[in-house]
Design a binder for this molecule. Structure first.
Ligand code: MRU
Length: 321
């Protein structure tokens, strides 16, 4: 599969994640405004992919703009929760004194590293999953999309599935649809289908019932920001999954590259949680599904306390908190 995000002939090219799985199409982003819009519409999304978007965005600004630092600020603020976005921006900005070519070289180095780091993190996590479970083959539960599409390549939590599937160790992946933007039903299911991994999509609200019926050996999720004490911000619904997993004695494993760790944050309480447009809930595919004046509570992420997490795994192995 091609990279989720890349630099092609002087511009950023992304796989348009708003169009999948119906259409597979590429988007060419030639301005910082187009990039910020693509990030906010979730045409490019997922914490590691946002890190790459941040770095490439600075490269784009350095090549074309007069005020690179102001553009960098706009990009870093496009979405608040995933620490990787500002991290990617900062990393590329560090090369600005050496000129646009040095900025681009740094961004491209970040992209190349991303796939390797995710492969390594997910290989470590596969060993953790095998150590924490006894049934073979495994029935895994996935939330949101932490696959190839959420990274430059390979994936974090779904990367674990690729490693285990290669070894014939996956019976099935239960895919939370992940309301309201359906990253599970649209993107994770698409990736699993491409890779011929058996899966079923389920409503998010079925996850606890699946655990109660003994259908889940391990929950695997990615992360958007990991605090120093091991609290994890991830897609809304992750916290509820972790509570259900603890209640049913199901291991709960978080997989992410170390760029997702925010060492400046003592715990998860201070994570800024993105609140998204009410229309994501009050409309379905453009059709109103609530009374016209319905208000909405639409947080895009939640924070799972470290105490509910079996292991947080990065490219360095199991995080010690
Ligand atoms: O709103 P999204 O789709 O960007 O949210 C993505 C997630 O919550 C992922 O689980 C997380 O970024 C990890 S991706 C490897």
């Amino acid at each position: 599969m091609r990279r989720t995000i890349d630099w092609v002939d002087g511009a950023i090219v992304i796989i348009d994640q708003t169009a999948l799985p119906v259409n597979y199409r590429l988007l060419r982003l030639e301005t910082v405004g187009q990039l910020v819009d693509a990030i906010q519409r979730l045409a490019v999304r997922g914490a590691p992919a946002l890190g790459a978007a941040g770095a490439l965005g600075v490269a784009l600004a350095a090549a074309r703009s007069h005020d690179v630092r102001a553009d960098a600020e706009l990009i870093a603020r496009a979405r608040p929760t995933a620490v990787n976005l500002a991290w990617g921006v900062e990393r590329a900005l560090g090369q600005l004194p050496h000129g646009p070519e040095a900025v681009l070289a740094e961004a491209l180095a970040l992209l190349a590293e991303d796939e390797e780091l995710n492969k390594t993190a997910s290989a470590h996590a596969a060993e953790v999953v095998l150590a924490e479970t006894s049934r073979r083959p495994l029935r895994l539960l996935s939330h949101c999309n932490a696959g190839h599409l959420a990274t430059v390549g390979w994936g974090s939590a779904l990367g674990v599935v690729w490693h285990l599937h290669e070894r014939g160790l996956v019976e099935e992946v239960l895919v939370d649809e992940t309301r309201p933007l359906l990253q599970g039903a649209r993107l994770t299911a698409w990736e699993l289908a491409q890779a011929n991994v058996p899966y079923r999509v389920q409503p998010d609200s079925a996850a606890a019932a699946a655990m109660a019926r003994g259908m889940v050996d391990c929950v695997l999720v990615g992360a958007d920001r990991i605090a120093a004490n091991g609290d994890v911000a991830n897609k809304i619904g992750t916290y509820g999954l972790a509570i259900a997993a603890r209640h049913h004695g199901v291991p709960f494993v978080v997989v992410a590259p170390s760029s997702t760790v925010d060492g400046k944050l003592a715990d998860g309480a201070a994570v800024v949680i993105e609140e998204r447009d009410a229309r994501e809930l009050t409309e379905y595919a453009g059709t109103p599904i609530t009374p016209p004046d319905a208000r909405a509570f639409n947080p895009a992420f939640d924070v799972t306390p470290a105490a509910l997490i079996t292991a947080v795994v990065t490219e360095h192995g199991r995080l010690k908190t």
